[in-house]
Design a protein around this ligand. Structure first.
Ligand code: F6R
Length: 320
């Protein structure tokens, strides 16, 4: 797992978008796993702009969204289908017939879930899955106590999620549908690559848990640490994150500098938690540093963050 901390929301979301654009350029018929929510609104806006300005071609892509509310009528503006059409699909050159969301309006929800899994399998699985993390620690709508091997199914939303998502429902959590269809944690983990974008101080604690573990069905986002290909980017400054998993010398994946200055390669591997072994990239400030796995260092290949920083399309002042 590569953890990339960016200095602000604009750069974090731009990096998320850049990773998707790179995937589509390398494999024009990619199967993309998409997400909704406030974080993704920005990613989608950047992606739509990339399509316009950088000629990213989505015409051969197939997409599968993580989730959909249950109980809203077909055509309701608050359905994620409507949201995706408006925020992304109508902004890029994707064929709407190649875009999929779980059908939360179906009369037979179980059959709808089976059909969704089958459709993903028919496309050969998801190449790149985009994820946010909810305040409850969910990915998709996999609320606490979601089995790590779960498949697409319906889930009851927790009060924390109802509050988080009340914006689209007049600000009143009581108006948010109580249930949703969601890809399971097992479905998500089968994606070949995961890109997780997290922003905002209110996510710092849950993010630290997600990255530091332990893996638990109480926080489905912790499951991403069990895949080697996961990439996370976020803007949270390390000192705001939980220190639950710090070692005796103050190291934690979200506070890697610990009590020592960020100069050169600060830590010997033997002193780090095994799963989160990482090296501190020299020359970056505490608020803008990148963690790289020893593998990436050994092979001498530039990390995604390095490439992103060099890529002109990555930053544009109007994103700030
Ligand atoms: C949405 C989804 C959710 C969100 C998460 C973060 O399709 O699957 O897991 O990604 O709740 O949402 P925001 O960005 O609104 O905080």
């Amino acid at each position: 797992m590569e953890v990339i901390i960016m200095p602000d929301t604009a750069r974090a979301t731009a990096l998320g978008t850049w990773l998707i654009a790179r995937q589509v350029r390398a494999q024009p018929d990619s199967v993309l796993g998409l997400a909704t929510g406030r974080t993704m609104e920005r990613v989608n806006a950047t992606r739509a702009r990339m399509h316009r300005e950088e000629a990213i071609d989505f015409s051969r892509c197939r997409t599968f969204n993580l989730d959909e509310y249950i109980g809203l009528p077909t055509g309701d503006e608050r359905l994620y289908r409507h949201y995706m059409n408006r925020h992304l699909f109508q902004q890029v050159n994707i064929d709407l017939r190649n875009t999929h969301l779980p059908d939360g309006t179906a009369t037979d929800l179980k059959a709808a879930c089976r059909a969704y899994e089958a459709a993903i399998a028919r496309c050969g699985g998801i190449d790149l899955q985009l994820l946010g993390i909810g305040v409850s620690g969910h990915i998709g709508f996999n609320e606490p106590l979601s089995a790590l091997r779960s498949r697409t199914r319906d889930k009851a939303l927790t009060p924390a999620t109802l509050r988080q998502n009340a914006g689209l429902f007049g600000g009143d959590p009581n108006n948010v549908p109580r249930r949703a269809l969601t890809m399971g944690v097992g479905t998500i983990l089968e994606a070949r690559k995961l890109v997780v974008v997290v922003t905002g101080a209110e996510k710092a604690k849950i993010l630290a848990q997600a990255v530091e573990g332990p893996v638990t069905s109480m926080v489905s986002a912790t499951a991403i640490t069990s895949t080697r290909t996961a990439k996370s980017s976020w803007t949270k400054r390390p000192r705001l994150c939980s220190r639950a998993a710090t070692t005796t010398d103050g190291f934690s994946p979200t506070n890697p500098i610990g009590s020592k200055p960020a100069v050169g390669w600060g830590y010997r591997e033997g002193r780090m938690p095994r799963r989160s072994r990482a090296l501190i990239a020299g020359g970056l400030s505490a608020a803008e540093f990148i963690l790289r796995t020893p593998d990436a260092m050994d092979s001498g290949r530039a990390t995604d963050a390095d490439q992103f920083n060099r890529d002109e399309i990555a930053m544009n002042s109007d994103l700030k």
